[in-house]
Design a protein around this ligand. Sequence first.
Ligand SMILES: *[C@@H]1O[C@H](CO)[C@@H](O)[C@H](O)[C@H]1NC(C)=O
Ligand SMILES: *[C@@H]1O[C@H](CO)[C@@H](O)[C@H](O)[C@H]1NC(C)=O
Ligand SMILES: *[C@@H]1O[C@H](CO)[C@@H](O)[C@H](O)[C@H]1NC(C)=O
Ligand SMILES: *[C@@H]1O[C@H](CO)[C@@H](O)[C@H](O)[C@H]1NC(C)=O
Ligand SMILES: *[C@@H]1O[C@H](CO)[C@@H](O)[C@H](O)[C@H]1NC(C)=O
Ligand SMILES: *[C@@H]1O[C@H](CO)[C@@H](O)[C@H](O)[C@H]1NC(C)=O
Length: 757
Amino acid sequence: MSRGKAGVWFLLCSFVSLQILRGSAAAADGNKNKEFYIVYLGDSHENEDLAAQSHLQLLSSLKGSDNEAKESLVYSYTKSFNAFAAKLSQYEAEELSSLEEVVSVFPNRYHELHTTKSWDFIGFPQTARRNPKMESDIVVALFDTGITPQSESFADKGFGPPPPKWKGSCGHYANFSGCNNKLIGAKYFKLDGTRNPSDILSPVDVQGHGTHTSSTLAGNLVPNANLFGLAGGAARGAVPWARVAMYKVCWVGEGCSDMDLLAAFDAAIHDGVDVISISIGGMMPNYTEDSIAIGAFHAMRRGILTVTSAGNDGPSLASVANHAPWLVTVAASGIDRQFRSKVQLGDGRTLWGVGVNMFDPKEKLYPLVSGADAGANSSKWSASYCMDNSLDRVKVKGKLVYCKFSMPGGDSVVKGSGGIGAIIESLQFLDTARIFMAPSTMVNGTLGEAIDKYIHSTRSPSAVIYRTEEVKIPAPFVASFSSRGPNPGSQHILKPDIAAPGINILASFTPMRSLTGLKGDTQYSKFNLMSGTSMACPHVAGIAAYVKSFHPSWTPAAIKSAIMTTAKPMSRRTNPDGDFAYGAGQLNPTRALNPGLVYDVGEMSYIQFLCSEGYPGSSLRVLLGPDRPVNCSSLVPGVGYDSLNYPTMQLTLRNARERTVGVFVRTVTNVGPARSVYNATVRAPKGVKIAVKPMSLSFTRAMQKRSFKVIVEAEPTLENQVVSGSLAWKGLHRVVRSPIVINGIRFDGEPDRLGMD
Ligand SMILES: *[C@@H]1O[C@H](CO)[C@@H](O)[C@H](O)[C@H]1NC(C)=O
Ligand SMILES: *[C@@H]1O[C@H](CO)[C@@H](O)[C@H](O)[C@H]1NC(C)=O
Ligand SMILES: *[C@@H]1O[C@H](CO)[C@@H](O)[C@H](O)[C@H]1NC(C)=O
Ligand SMILES: *[C@@H]1O[C@H](CO)[C@@H](O)[C@H](O)[C@H]1NC(C)=O
Ligand SMILES: *[C@@H]1O[C@H](CO)[C@@H](O)[C@H](O)[C@H]1NC(C)=O
Ligand SMILES: *[C@@H]1O[C@H](CO)[C@@H](O)[C@H](O)[C@H]1NC(C)=O
């Protein structure tokens, strides 16, 4: 049951080396052998107090003592669903799960966390059409590391009181200046009760991640935002008039636990939020065991869309997280801007590295040494990676050091050892600009080799690194780190759903942390550049809020469909993993307002889907509650190959001997002009036949539904390949496009590339 990796998803870009927790975290105090469990009792109780009381009663009868029951109960979830968290032995957990009224019991696990210019780049200018009155009634929720209330991005000038539907709150917290009419809610959840000396029990953001994602989603327009002159422009969120509610669930070094995530869902659903944005990993392939999938299902039932990040475990295949069909799963793409530094070698050659280096050189050239030759205590290997305590101070003093990348922080180690800075060779993630705390840059393997050769071919090698410049690069492309499909949870559903900018995004930051978080870094800024699917997620959550401000009655699935079917197709040529990298394509905000047709999905359709995926009805009580038992064999089965009215289609090859045929049944709802006609345009790759019946859909009124079939036949020769086609319904002014993926790569059983155990 334990998770593979833990930590925080923005690790990749923010250089902090965090303590890694594995599996479920045991209680910190003397209660050895006892861990936290979440006990699920199903749907909401009518009365919150009664529900909480029933939790204690259940525990009392288990433990035979009211006192012990009180001691073991950690939290009662009573607002939006009926569950509790408690400290239990494994035996007690098993006892509980055998009880009639208990729907499921699962151990508390810890999850990983996973600008300016980005909005213009995807065609969403400052002047885009808006509905400020409606937008200011939208409340966006973020489950993250907290927020910086004093940031200009969350000032409330011009904002009236919160919308009447808002039931949330914001109290007085340590080191937290308080909420206002823009930041209308702030809470924190830390149910394991352990003290974390590196964090503060308060919604305040000491890591910067939550401040960054919140300002990308809904931050005010802040003119002249930049990072030491780089990436200058006005910073703004997708919906600057919307209200923000922060639910802090992620803690320095610990990650984000199931108990806290569920508490955030329980609260946010009750508080009246419209969209939830979660840049945190959910890696359980089983949707009835993943707290994000479970919480988001409850949110969906109450009309709230949950948008999540796909993860930073790319480019390995089948690495995508948060892949339940009721979630929006967001991949990260790059925009047409990169940050490069010129490096000049003593022999006159120049080359270019990647990264943000704010330092102007004071000398023409500095002596250059290879880390491998400057090791202390003959630790040649660790010195070649500039690892902590590996360098000899005498050998690096006043020099630039060339070393290989193993983890962020080589620049800090060199500086701490008396060196000037570092040229770091890396074989991956060269599409992402790291921020350095000493003069440094990152080069690829070819250039690294050339530098190494130069160092060893001359008596006194030297080099200089110049201050970073902004350069234009071809875009869009999917980030190397962005997690890829195929979906480890279902071979019928394409994931990720969509791509949005997630490389070198400028947004607000916390004053409580240096830009890199590295030892010795004295750089602070109100804005910071960060990369990760964590940064892509709030772009899509923001556009979901934007769409909702024009169409407040649309269901979560309709909003999601609008965003997906209007996405800009991306190129398989520049993104070899194709749809497994970008889903429906690049987010296209202004078109998402007017999709013409939407693929809607109701709550029971997801249940039919889960039944057809082999989930026993009894396991679905976690999603629906015990009062609405599901018997999959008596339920009307879902129709077609995938049993779900999903806006994309994925056919998985059955075997290499015969043709695989899939019939997809779809229903679209007319949300465009009452009278309209849409004709099908099909693109089929080699080895695939795609037929659509009927080829034309005509509508005479709004909200009218029309059904059709898509028959996909794939040749067995496609074994080990992934190919893409598409279906586009073309109306007078609208195109409703669905990618059709044929997956010939088989992942039998548990995809072991996930490193799960
Ligand atoms: C938080 O507030 C306390 C009490 O006012 C203060 O001593 C402490 O330095 C603050 N912590 C940070 C990180 O600002
Ligand atoms: C080298 O070894 C000594 C003694 O074993 C140790 O104290 C030191 O941290 C090591 N590294 C450096 C850089 O001196
Ligand atoms: C490294 O970068 C150089 C210069 O941009 C390029 O010519 C070379 O092909 C790159 N090498 C690799 C392995 O990508
Ligand atoms: C998911 O987990 C539930 C509960 O542990 C189990 O009953 C069910 O069979 C699992 N479903 C699938 C498809 O693995
Ligand atoms: C589910 O429905 C089937 C068919 O209607 C029936 O045979 C079976 O007994 C039911 N199972 C349960 C647990 O009610
Ligand atoms: C759809 O096809 C019909 C028949 O070929 C044609 O008359 C009509 O103009 C087409 N409509 C659109 C929107 O392309």
